[in-house]
Ligand binder design. Structure first.
Ligand code: ADP
Ligand code: ZN
Length: 724
């Protein structure tokens, strides 16, 4: 029996689906996952069929207006349900996150063409002037887009197809993705470490069952080549591969490596695409016209009919976490997608997140290690400069200045890493570089000027700022990392003849500006590249032989339990930019905390050493990955209302809390307490049990929504990354 009623998810805040009547003529084309246009209130919205609840009760239901082009695969539907459940986000909105805007709103117009098929085309087999004219044109042009076929009836076209002379293709002419001038590169011979990884991953891919690998390969160990081999293995099997890279690593250089291996059978998804281009790429993927989709976060939803491999490169990157709407972590979604597709997931990094390393060590993921760089290039030599021993803590120490001068003389390049912008509401000691910390949460305290107090924004502990530094007894606490501007002036004055450029989110607004700047570095038009964490990531700069971390202390003292991890990753990744060409690299780290474990272990490239100290700290305080976390944030234009809502949430949670394994930190004002006119309060729930967190978060959200209606916005962030 064809379905007469469909259950449909629509993009609204309530987590509900709705019944609609299915007009008879649509019944055969509807399935679970179909996208449809439906009336909703006074609007028309795009919804998705989630099921067919039987025949009864059809009277009075509104009707489906139209069936739209694309259909979500059963695995993507499964993923949508999982995300909705895991991230406590409405199903309809979760589905909308997976679909590009252009596909979500409009009926799809396919870019179809007619292509001549090989063979001996005997004109005697075609009937009528129109058919022979079309065949003649086809022999001339090989491929003709449907837009140019207006002069021919559908019957004429069908008849050529029916005779095996031509075929209809849906391939789009997306710029730069054609097969035409494609000569595949010759894959290099694998290094032993790569070969081991390729063998293990290859066996899992061949087995076609779910498995997750953590590929821990030092910077420059050739992880990308490992991915390329695994993707090649799947060509021709009908299963596609997905490769996620951080948006910022999605450079022409990287795409070139994929295109020279897979030609036009690569789809690229990045934020610089127009809606139309993005929709085109989705269609090529959906039609099975590509072998691999490479893209940032949202490429995890690439609509391959079947998937054999999901790679997450630089899996430790925080940009994989979406910070609004559905707050999903693409790395975690990748693992789940692979599970639903019976696929292999490879998480690659030189500095794995504590989460993934923990999962590998507890046996949930399989660990693969590549300890050597390609061609046995040496790891860079790392030197730590103790700024406390220098008079008046200079911006650039004499040692770093001398090293950069040498590079200028030899026409080699230097990267100077200026950590993130200053975070001026943390106070650090000018003598030892430590910030006062919360006695129970062990994160840096933030200074609230209006009340003159230092506060912990996890648990709301507060105190007056100490007269002297609690660590070294020194006299003046001062704002952390202020004066990025000043650092730049000093550098410009130190190296007058040098060609200096700055790379950060201001100078590289937009994809093009960013790619252009990278191009200038590649062509050797820049001697010294200054930048924030952006310059540390993923890019291969063969002529860079020196990396300087100018203010390593900024990162160490941010009010975030991951501050050490972030610093270790940043320094190790930045160091990884040095010495990728033939000349060995050198790294200089300037700090007032030379004995901090994050710096000590990055000096010796010792990930395991870092991991064991960091996991001990996380275990002691019960932070992730040892326990799971959910952040609850409330926002309001009125400070009092926000504070009241935070209390309501807290009271509800406290009433339900039992036992000691689950704890509530806060509420407290967020460290950046006011954003776009809204006051923010946050609290952090920690528990080994996901179910407990889920229940508490839902109850707290409901309590606030019941009491404050829409005067307060409640945001539930599962597995939060941003705690500022
Ligand atoms: P990672 O991502 O691990 O930092 P890449 O994949 O970027 O490293 O590889 C570093 C460089 O080494 C690239 O230029 C790559 O083309 C090259 N490379 C990778 N594998 C090999 C190999 N087996 N032989 C020679 N060169 C290789
Ligand atoms: Zn605290």
């Amino acid at each position: 029996m064809p379905p007469t009623i469909a259950d449909i998810a629509v993009p609204i805040k309530q987590n509900k689906t709705f019944h609609y009547a299915v007009p008879e003529e649509m019944a055969s084309s509807l399935a679970v996952g179909s996208r449809v246009l439906v009336p909703f209130g006074s609007r028309r919205v795009t919804g998705t069929v989630t099921g067919f609840p039987g025949q009864a009760g059809r009277e009075g239901l509104k009707k489906v207006i139209e069936v739209l082009g694309e259909r979500l695969s059963p695995e993507l539907m499964q993923l949508a349900h999982w995300m909705s459940d895991y991230y406590l986000h409405p199903l309809g909105l979760s589905i909308e996150t997976m679909v590009p805007r252009a596909l979500a709103t409009a009926k799809v117009r396919k870019n179809r063409s007619l292509r001549l098929l090989d063979g001996d085309h005997d004109m005697g087999r075609v009937r009528g002037a129109k058919q022979s004219e079309l065949l003649f044109k086809l022999c001339d042009r090989q491929v003709i887009p449907f837009e140019d076929l207006g002069a021919y009836s559908a019957a004429t076209i069908r008849s050529l197809v029916g005779k095996g002379m031509a075929e209809i293709i849906e391939e789009d002419e997306v710029p730069g993705s054609g097969d035409e001038a494609f000569t595949p590169d010759r894959p290099p011979e694998l290094m032993p470490g790569q070969a081991d990884a390729v063998r293990e991953i290859g066996a899992a891919v061949a087995a076609g069952a779910f498995a997750v690998f953590l590929l821990h390969g030092v910077t420059g160990s050739g992880k990308t080549e490992v991915y390329l081999r695994a993707i090649s293995q799947l060509r021709g099997t009908g299963k596609g591969s997905i490769v996620l890279v951080p948006e910022i690593a999605l450079t022409p250089q990287l795409l070139g490596r994929f295109r020279s291996r897979f030609g036009g059978r690569v789809a690229v998804l990045h934020s610089g695409l127009t809606d139309r281009e993005r929709a085109d790429e989705y269609r090529r993927i959906g039609a099975g016209l590509v072998d691999v989709a490479v893209g940032a976060r949202s490429a995890v939803f690439a609509p391959f009919p079947a998937v054999g491999l999901v790679v997450v490169d630089e899996e430790h990157e925080h940009s994989y976490k979406q910070d609004e709407g559905l707050r999903y972590h693409a790395r975690d979604v990748a693992v789940v997608r692979a599970k639903f597709q019976d696929a292999v997931c490879v998480l690659g990094s030189a500095t794995p997140s504590l989460e993934s390393a923990y999962n590998a060590r507890t046996g949930k993921y399989r660990m693969l290690t590549i300890a050597d760089r390609v061609d046995h290039r040496p790891m860079p030599v790392v030197e730590i400069i103790d700024l406390r021993t220098l008079p008046k803590a200079p911006v650039i120490s004499p040692a770093l200045a001398a090293a950069a001068q040498q590079r200028l003389a030899k026409k080699e390049q230097t990267l100077l890493l200026l950590n993130r912008r200053g975070f001026s509401s943390v106070l650090i000691c000018g003598d030892c570089g430590n910030a006062p910390r919360c006695p129970s949460c062990s994160v840096s305290l933030t200074f609230h000027k209006s009340v003159g107090l230092l506060k912990c924004h996890y648990c709301d502990f507060q105190r007056t700022p100490p007269e002297t530094c609690p660590v070294c007894g020194g006299a003046g606490l001062k704002p952390l990392g202020a004066g990025t501007q000043k650092i730049e002036e000093v550098i410009a004055a130190l190296f007058p003849g040098a060609r200096i450029a700055r790379m950060d989110s201001d100078t590289t607004r937009g994809r093009d500006a960013y790619d252009r700047l990278l191009g200038r570095v590649d062509r050797g038009e820049i001697d010294i590249l200054l930048g924030t964490q952006m310059i540390a990531k993923g890019h291969d700069f063969p002529a860079v032989t020196l990396v300087g971390a100018v203010d390593a202390d900024v990162g160490l003292n941010l009010p975030d339990f991951r501050s050490s991890e972030k610093t270790f990753q940043l320094i190790t990744q930045a160091a990884g930019r040095a010495g990728r060409g033939d000349v060995a690299g050198e790294v200089v780290i300037q700090t007032m905390n030379p004995s901090h474990y994050a710096l000590r272990h990055s000096r010796t490239h010792d990930y395991d050493g870092f991991y064991s100290e960091e996991i001990a700290y996380r275990t002691e305080l019960g932070y992730p990955p040892v326990r799971r976390a959910v952040k609850i944030e409330v926002k309001s234009g009125q400070e009092k209302t926000a504070a009241g809502a935070a209390k309501t949430a807290r009271d509800r949670i406290r009433a339900l809390l039992t036992g000691r394994e689950t704890t509530l930190l806060g509420p407290a004002p967020s460290p950046i307490a006011r954003v776009r006119g809204k006051y923010r309060f946050q609290m952090l729930l920690l528990s080994p049990k996901r179910e407990t967190l889920r229940m508490l978060a839902l109850e707290a959200r409901k309590a606030v929504e019941d009491k404050f209606r829409n005067k307060v916005q409640v945001i539930v962030d599962v597995d939060p990354v941003n705690l500022m």
